[in-house]
Design a protein around this ligand. Structure first.
Ligand code: F6R
Length: 254
């Protein structure tokens, strides 16, 4: 596991975009796992600003981590629309290159299984991740299985409150979603987690320094052989304060 501490959120985005470009370079095809929320936005901006030509030369397929259940199809708050607007279109990718769970299928459980097969067969090269303040990755909330595959999940009240900033009111935030499971996420060859802001400091410390436990789904990253974490100083504060105690598992690179 490699921890890189950046000065601020835009530096996190630049370094993460450079890391993605490094993995893509020289490849004819690349399967990129993408996340939504505010954490990856600066990465998408920097990819479009600094690495747009790479996206013209590599055959990219992108796979979302999750999708809300219950929103009108095509509504701007869906993760599909969000990723088309913030990631795929600015990079000139055709809409078909972005794969998202079919949350509108009559049987969302069957749709989750189909999506899991799609992601598994694609073999994601690099998965970009954010982390929830409660330690979730994707929408795998605390006390969900660390070996789960893509499934229908219920959002905690905390996550619904956190995400209500993207909706007119809390009552409009969906209660359920389809999310890649932690087991599905861990299948990606490389995991790149980006975090910024003091609100993420506890979750990041629990994930990296704490025990591997379903109480903190992101702690499962400790089980993966190729993890890069890029965090700003505020998000990494507890790791920095842990000092030498953090170094046996997390050699910090600045
Ligand atoms: C979104 C996702 C979530 C977010 C997490 C952090 O696709 O999978 O795990 O990464 O909720 O959200 P932000 O970045 O908005 O703080």
């Amino acid at each position: 596991m490699e921890l890189i501490v950046a000065d601020d959120p835009s530096a996190v985005g630049r370094m993460a975009a450079d890391e993605i470009a490094k993995h893509m370079s020289g490849r004819r095809e690349f399967r990129l796992g993408v996340a939504t929320g505010s954490s990856p936005l600066a990465t998408y901006v920097s990819l479009a600003e600094n690495h747009r030509t790479l996206f013209d030369t590599v055959d990219i397929n992108a796979f979302a981590l999750d999708e809300y259940i219950g929103l009108p199809q095509g509504s701007p708050a869906t993760y599909r629309q969000t990723l088309l607007q913030t990631f795929a279109r600015p990079l000139g990718l055709p809409d078909e290159a972005l794969h998202t769970p079919d949350a509108w299928a009559p049987d969302p459980h069957a749709a989750a299984r189909r999506y899991d097969e799609l992601v598994r067969d694609a073999a994601v090269d690099l998965q970009l991740l954010g982390i929830g303040v409660n330690g979730h990755i994707g929408f795998n909330e605390p006390f969900s299985s660390l070996s789960s595959r893509t499934h229908v999940a219920e959002l905690t009240e905390q996550t619904r409150r956190d995400n209500s900033r993207f909706f007119p009111s809390l009552s409009e935030v969906p209660t359920h979603c389809i999310t890649q499971g932690v087991g599905t996420i861990l299948n990606a060859a490389t995991l790149l987690l980006v975090a910024h802001g003091a609100a993420k400091a506890d979750a990041l410390a629990d994930a990296i320094l704490g025990p591997v436990t379903w109480a903190c789904p992101a702690s499962a990253l400790q089980l993966h052989p190729d993890v890069i974490i890029i965090a700003d100083i505020q998000a990494a504060m507890k790791l920095i304060n842990a000092g030498p105690a953090a170094t046996p598992r997390q050699p910090a690179r600045t």
